[in-house]
Design a protein around this ligand. Structure first.
Ligand code: UT7
Length: 324
């Protein structure tokens, strides 16, 4: 069976940057109190990118995909599978993946969305890996794309300061050489309420609550424990030690979660990729965006072993181990 190898990556952030101070000033006009100090101390976030009105996940996904295709040296015609991980699709249907396929001018092959919130990218990458291993696809685009600004309650300071918009993409291709060497996915549907956007479009109106709601402390505790366990399990599955991991690319939600995780796994800070300070939490886009940053700045190199980890609503979590 062939391996699936990452042959290119790309990331795209909408150009509008909103600093903590700008956000605090905006919230203050509605008598909502927050500060750069609180946000930085509790989360490590300093700024986020916010899409302008009318800019949707498919637009960000398409830009990231174009950069990934260029980086991989392949064209849209080579792509026979597109998976977009998103919880903020443009429409109820068609899928965001189909919109991206049309934007790229790609023809044929499967295109569909995966919905696993902040774990979406590791779910999508694992799915694409399975297609390639089974011989059902040869060259796949795997994208995480979100416009979370559209589902935030901008009057809830406990959530609206945490998220940003963006998209990250990778191209994976069938190869005889090791690429994705392990994957481990999990869900616990009994924990749906700690992180959800429990709204729907039905009979011509929005029913339920259209905004993201989170019990931050419950998510925090689960995230650290689940990711630590998943890291051990995926290494055991691949027959490697945690010390063999050159780069940890965790979901970028909170620097305190990332630091706790690193300490629990005895992975030194220098081996952990962090973008939460400048991107905030971009949900399914956070892992591929961070991966792309570390590839392009030369940290992640050919031959390195990379562990990507996602965690979020559902409750869902998982890890993918990649040999570059
Ligand atoms: O991507 C999915 C995964 N999501 C996550 O991983 C998020 C996980 N959770 C977290 O990152 C943290 O729990 C938060 C950043 C959401 C919150 O940090 P915390 O240290 O757990 O704070 P807290 O919720 O216990 O709130 C502490 C205080 C409260 O005030 P009182 O009750 O102590 O008076 C909050 O009302 O901070 C207050 N607070 C704020 N103050 C200023 C909450 N949000 C803000 C804010 N600015 N934006």
């Amino acid at each position: 069976m062939p391996y699936a190898k990452i042959i290119g990556s790309g990331g795209y952030l909408p150009p509008r940057v909103v600093s903590n101070d700008q956000l605090a000033a905006d919230l203050a006009t509605r008598q909502i109190e927050t500060s750069d100090t609180w946000i930085v101390e509790r989360t490590g976030i300093r700024q986020r990118h916010i899409a302008d009105e009318g800019v949707m996940s498919s637009h960000l996904a398409t830009e990231a995909a174009r950069l990934a295709l260029e980086d991989a040296g392949v064209t849209a015609a080579d792509i026979d599978l597109i998976i977009v991980a998103t919880s903020t699709p443009d429409f109820v249907f068609p899928s965001t993946a189909c919109l991206v396929q049309a934007n790229l001018g790609a023809k044929g092959g499967a295109a569909f969305d995966v919905q696993a919130v902040c774990s979406g990218f590791v779910y999508a990458l694992t799915t694409a890996d399975a297609f390639i291993q089974a011989g059902r696809a040869k060259t796949a685009l795997v994208i995480g794309a979100e416009v979370f600004s559209g589902i935030l309650d901008w009057n809830d300071r406990g959530t609206c300061v945490l998220f940003g918009d963006g998209a990250g993409a990778v191209v994976i291709q069938a190869s005889a050489e090791p690429g994705i060497i392990g994957a481990q996915l999990n869900a616990d549907g009994s924990q749906t309420k700690i992180l959800c956007a429990a709204g729907n479009v039905s009979r011509g109106k929005v029913t339920g609550d259209p905004f993201l709601r989170m019990d931050g402390q419950a998510v925090f505790k689960l995230a650290v424990n689940c990711l630590a366990k998943s890291a051990h399990e995926v290494c055991e599955q691949a027959g490697i030690a945690l010390t063999d991991v050159d780069w940890l690319v965790p979901h970028q939600a909170n620097i305190r979660i990332i630091n706790f995780l690193g300490r629990k796994l005895h992975i030194p800070e220098e081996k952990v990729v962090v973008t939460v300070d400048s991107h905030a939490n971009t949900s399914a886009a956070s892992v591929p965006l961070a991966f792309d940053v570390a590839r392009r700045d030369g940290r992640i190199k050919t031959g390195d072993t990379v562990m990507m980890q996602g965690v979020g609503g559902g409750f869902t979590w998982g890890s993918v181990l990649v040999k570059m």
